[in-house]
Ligand binder design. Sequence first.
Ligand code: GDP
Ligand code: MG
Length: 441
Amino acid sequence: LSDRLTSVFSSLRSKGRLSDADIDATCREIRIALLEADVALPVVKTFVAQVKERARGVEVSQALNPAQQVVKIVNDELIEILGGETRRLRYAKTPPTVIMLAGLQGAGKTTLAGKLARWLRDQNHTPMLVAADLQRPNAVQQLQVMAERAGVAVYAPEPGNGVGDPIEVARQSIDHARRQQHDIVIIDTAGRLGIDQELMKQAADIRDAVSPDEVLFVVDAMIGQDAVSTAQAFMEGVGFDGVVLTKLDGDARGGAALSVRHITGKPIMFASTGEKLEDFDAFHPDRMASRILDMGDILTLIEQAQKTFDEAEAAKMAGKLTSGEGFTLEDFLEQMMMVQKMGPIKNLLGMMPGMGQMREQLNQVDDRDLDRIAAIIRSMTPGERQNPKMIDGSRRARIAKGSGVTVTEVNGLVTRFFDAQKMMKRMAGGMGIPGMPGGRK
Ligand code: GDP
Ligand code: MG
């Protein structure tokens, strides 16, 4: 007996929660979306497992169907992971604040140095760029061009002195900045095409020489899966405090963001979106989450559905639905207006499970239609709105006159209302509110 009781209880409980089948089905889609966004496989696995775990305990929502609900959980989780403890730059108590850039060659460090300098200058700082990449022949000159464009100072070894020592240059630059009253120093370092020990050691030596307040790891969003090994190597070899994602103007879906964040736990602080100095912004976790998921339509739908669907209104309606009797013309009007507020979004409803037949209904209502319906209902007496059965022929004629429509139109509305009322009775209990995004199978 106690076994049977337990199973009854568990089936009762599971009714109010998202089912494993719902969660699994949606998570399969999510998994594909993440892999297509180039999130590294181990990260996808951990992340999806995390989402499943979290979705399992969640109550079935009034406003969303299960698939939407799982997508919402995924999106929220993504935003949280990507944005967890987002923070601003940390400035040193005694200037200069030292910011060191590290990353592979071509990641966008030198470009970023210029962008960051300009951005800081616009906030009334007096940044100075430091050329500690003495590896490539043109590296110093490239930084000088950047500095000039950004309108900031640059510290570089004298040309013609042979190959300088980047560690020495970095060390001296700090004293120089102090003397020249620059409050921020941005140190550009050398990268290699691949991870190599010499590069790591040089970066680590520069770090030790200048004790930066911030080491920023600069990573190209296009490197996709490789982001994991690269981030790991820099984490171990140099260590860093924050991440800058570059080349987000490309078509990369940005899986690297999730991989790096997941692997290193370090905040993504800035986003680089082009070659120009102004193509630069703080990192926005919500934008990145929807870019990675690439389910913009569904996310918009979810957002709209939730906004439109006020839980309190839902409860109020639901109460009337159990009988179907208390559903009045005023509720009818209110409901249509809610749907109307959803705008073009209502066309998407047909794509959602169980909402196919609703779309046809909704498509019959356009804005002008709704205005006429509203006019007709407003020409009724409160009694008529509460109890439409009393609207006989002479009342219909009066209402038509009062609202400037034909009696046929009034008849049409009343018929439509009774149809809706019937449908509500049929669906009562099982489906939430017909015509509302909360409708469930
Ligand atoms: P570094 O080797 O890390 O210093 O990389 P660079 O700053 O020299 O950048 C390498 C190339 O990528 C250059 O051609 C830059 O113009 C380009 N680049 C840097 N950041 C971006 C970006 O956000 N978007 C695009 N499209 N190109 C970028
Ligand atoms: Mg460079």
